[in-house]
Design a protein around this ligand. Structure first.
Ligand code: AR6
Length: 198
């Protein structure tokens, strides 16, 4: 079955979506990020991030969806990495996916903000090192691993904002790819709070 692919040019930045002209400070962050509701395996970006586990051998949730869509070669490429520690990240090709690369990261089981932030930072650093300019994240740890969605979202937004601020020019767009409308709402609210704070 063929799925409709979504190009990065089909995904508005939050600045575009809200009709805000990026300014010198915080609104610049809005030009860098997008919220997208849907299946991450359909996104034609330089890299999608997989919420994997330490074995790196596939699983349920977004991990299962990515392995199914990428094909069996992805599992072979993952095997060659011999696992991945919590808070770290590994990169493979995207194989049959529209995304060029998959960055596999392992979020914490339960609410451990330092390890979750590390998963986002390590994924972004690996992206930068591999010439990735457009990257999509699922809500790491917020499914099977049981991290409460609101606090996971807060870590995601703050960590991406800090990293992109410290690494200007490397990543053009970070897409937060959310599976349902409720998650999109959680991200919208968190971004609003974040912009008000500073
Ligand atoms: N596209 C985007 N988001 C998705 C998709 C999809 N196709 N499918 C699920 N989500 P989870 P975790 C959302 O459980 O909590 C696996 O078995 C989902 O709604 O996939 O980090 C691994 O092998 C949720 O918001 O990842 C590990 O053992 C988010 O993705 C373990 O689960 C993350 O949920 C990792 O657990």
């Amino acid at each position: 079955a063929s799925k409709a692919f979504v190009r990065i040019s089909d995904i508005p930045s939050e600045a575009e979506r809200l009709g805000i002209r990026p300014g010198p400070s915080k609104p610049a962050f809005l030009a860098l990020i997008s919220l997208w509701q849907g299946d991450i395996t359909t996104l034609e970006v330089d890299a999608i991030v997989n919420a994997a586990d330490e074995a790196l051998l596939g699983g349920g949730g977004v991990d299962g969806a990515i392995h199914r869509a990428a094909g069996a070669q992805l599992l072979e490429a993952c095997r060659a990495h011999h696992g991945c520690k919590t808070g770290q990240a590994k990169i493979t090709p995207g194989f049959n996916l529209p995304a060029k690369h998959v960055i596999h990261t392992v979020g914490p089981i339960g609410e451990k903000p330092d390890l979750l932030a590390s998963a986002y930072r390590e994924s972004l650093s690996l992206a930068k090192a591999n010439g990735v300019h457009t990257i999509a994240f699922p809500c790491i740890s917020a499914g099977v691993f049981g991290y409460p969605a609101e606090s996971a979202c807060k870590v995601a937004v703050h960590t991406v904002a800090k990293w992109t601020n410290e690494n200007p020019g490397s990543i053009d767009r970070v897409v937060f790819c959310l599976f349902n409308q409720k998650s999109v709402h959680v991200y919208e609210e968190e971004i609003k709070r974040f912009l008000k704070k500073e």
